[in-house]
Design a protein around this ligand. Structure first.
Ligand code: HPA
Length: 239
């Protein structure tokens, strides 16, 4: 039991897939897992533990934004002895070589925010995903023939489309980091994992782009997630 999680200790697997949306956690359990059970409902942040091809895994929602994923990932690592968290989410693109529906493997996450300073008193704005997990994801992608693009993402506190001037933000990003787009959770996940000596990775589907006008419906977003979900699930078999 944790402040924000009612699961008993043995009810969470060592590897957790983490979508942002609780309904997506439910969708993954219902469509990809066997013998699954609901182990957390606190705040509607569903966690399901079940089997993917005989491998026990948990799928738990993170909610939106760094504070939310910071809380849930901390409790999973620290109180449930979770070793690996793979975030599976969506992102906005800033660069014209990314297309809507592309799958991204995040190498490093950059934030303007102060999650790291708040947590540990240390200034840190750029952090790497776990090389261990990223290597496994890449190996699995090659095995199953899933295309992906590796690169760095910005982790924001305000959803890009709601910024007064999204391009002002993009222009402010340090050019040397070659940031491809934005999402809102990876930095807090990677930092929490690093501080607790655990593994974290982040796979994203491009759901919108500052360089394109096309927008997806929520149904299209759901469908486009399936290839990314399969890549994450197949990777868990290697862990
Ligand atoms: N910004 C931040 N997070 C996101 C975006 C975005 O444009 N699209 C999907 N998640």
């Amino acid at each position: 039991m944790a402040i924000h999680n009612e699961a008993k200790k043995g009810e969470i697997a060592k590897t957790v897939l983490m979508p942002g949306d609780p309904m997506r956690a439910k969708y993954i359990a219902e469509n990809f897992l066997e013998d699954y059970r609901l182990v957390n409902t606190v705040r509607g942040m569903y966690a399901f533990t079940g089997k993917y091809k005989d491998k026990e895994i948990t799928v738990m929602a993170s909610g939106m934004g760094m504070p939310s994923i910071g809380i849930y990932s901390y409790e999973l690592y620290k109180l449930y002895d979770v070793d690996n968290i793979i975030r599976i989410g969506s992102c906005g693109a800033h660069v014209d070589y990314l297309n809507v529906l592309d799958i991204i493997l995040v190498e490093n996450s950059y934030t303007e925010g102060n999650f790291a300073k708040n947590m540990t008193g240390t200034e840190c704005h750029f952090i790497e995903a776990s090389p261990y997990l990223n290597n496994k994801i890449e190996k699995t992608a090659h095995q199953i023939g899933q295309l992906y693009i590796k690169g760095n993402m910005a982790c924001t506190e305000c959803f890009d489309p709601y910024l007064e001037d999204p391009w002002l933000f993009v222009k402010r990003l340090p050019a040397e980091y070659q940031i491809m787009g934005s999402e809102m959770e990876s930095f807090a996940l990677f930092y929490t994992a690093k501080k607790l000596g655990k593994n974290a990775a982040c796979l994203l589907t491009v759901s919108d782009s500052l360089c394109r006008t096309e927008e997806l419906t929520s149904e299209q977003r759901q469908n486009s997630m399936n290839n990314m979900i399969k890549l994450a699930l197949e990777t868990t078999l290697e862990l």
